[in-house]
Design a protein around this ligand. Structure first.
Ligand code: ADP
Ligand code: ADP
Length: 226
């Protein structure tokens, strides 16, 4: 579904990514692990079209998205990619349901459609009684679930998560991991997750190891289980 082809990226003299190639299948849950500074976040941002590489391509179902101009790329991103970050980045002045509906409203959905989809997801994620609360009134785990709901509101092809459980305690961390697998089972979502959490990585279909801007190893966990 996603093909990363010969991606390189430098910041000044620092080569952050060197000739990265990677294929991600539909409904796959892939983790990216490696030491700090390995280039994991940069790779995720390029897959997510938030950053452009110096060279190389990212193809979504065969479409070379890096050839799109900024405005069309932003539209593509809004429709097709959901993001979950370590610090959830919910807007503090809006309620949970408004935060979740926001990407749909930005994408041009009607208010009715956006809020209906947002409420459906909030219910699925067990946040129904928090829908009209502001983020500050939520626990860390609830905020992160709200961020997941927001990432899903436009039914994206892929959800990209950067240290999604980094700010959570071990209970909420397990719950968030379980949620990703439930979403894949129920809705077929694809996840690419940058994580330092070895127990999360150990559950994913494939573990991509990175170091110094290179993919050093890909461990196919399905083969191990099968
Ligand atoms: P990781 O996620 O594996 O820790 P990053 O992709 O965040 O790695 O960063 C890789 C390297 O690139 C680091 O040395 C980081 O400081 C540098 N870097 C990342 N983004 C930028 C940027 N926008 N400008 C300059 N350097 C950057
Ligand atoms: P991570 O915890 O995943 O390694 P960082 O905290 O290194 O991520 O980076 C967070 C954000 O800051 C990223 O968007 C990255 O591109 C940016 N960034 C990282 N290092 C630098 C840097 N040296 N200069 C500018 N931006 C940077």
């Amino acid at each position: 579904m996603i093909q990363v082809r010969d991606i390189s990226k430098s910041y000044g003299n620092l080569q952050v990514l060197s000739d990265i190639n990677l294929d991600i299948m539909k409904s796959e849950i892939v983790s990216i692990v490696g030491p700090s500074g390995a280039g994991k976040t940069t790779l995720l941002q390029i897959i997510g079209t938030l950053e452009r590489p110096d060279s190389g391509k990212v193809l979504y179902d065969g479409e070379d998205v890096m050839s799109l101009k900024d405005a069309r790329l932003a539209k593509f991103r809004n429709r097709n990619i959901g993001f979950v970050f370590q610090f959830h980045q919910l807007l503090p002045e809006f309620t949970v349901v408004e935060n979740v509906a926001m990407p749909a409203l930005i994408g041009g959905s009607s208010r009715a459609a956006a809020f209906s989809k947002a409420k459906e997801l909030i219910e699925y994620l067990g946040l129904a009684d928090r829908a009209d609360h502001k983020p500050a009134q939520l626990s860390g785990g609830e905020r992160q679930r709200a961020a997941v709901a927001r990432a899903l509101v436009n039914s994206p092809r892929v959800v990209l998560a950067d240290e999604p459980s980094g700010s959570l305690d071990s209970h909420n961390r397990r719950e968030l991991h379980k949620l990703f697998f439930d979403l894949r089972r129920d809705m077929g979502h694809t996840f690419v997750i940058v994580t330092h959490d070895e127990s999360l990585a150990a559950d994913t279909d494939r573990i991509i190891h990175m170091r110094d801007g290179h993919i050093t190893e890909i461990i196919n966990q399905k083969d191990i289980i099968a």
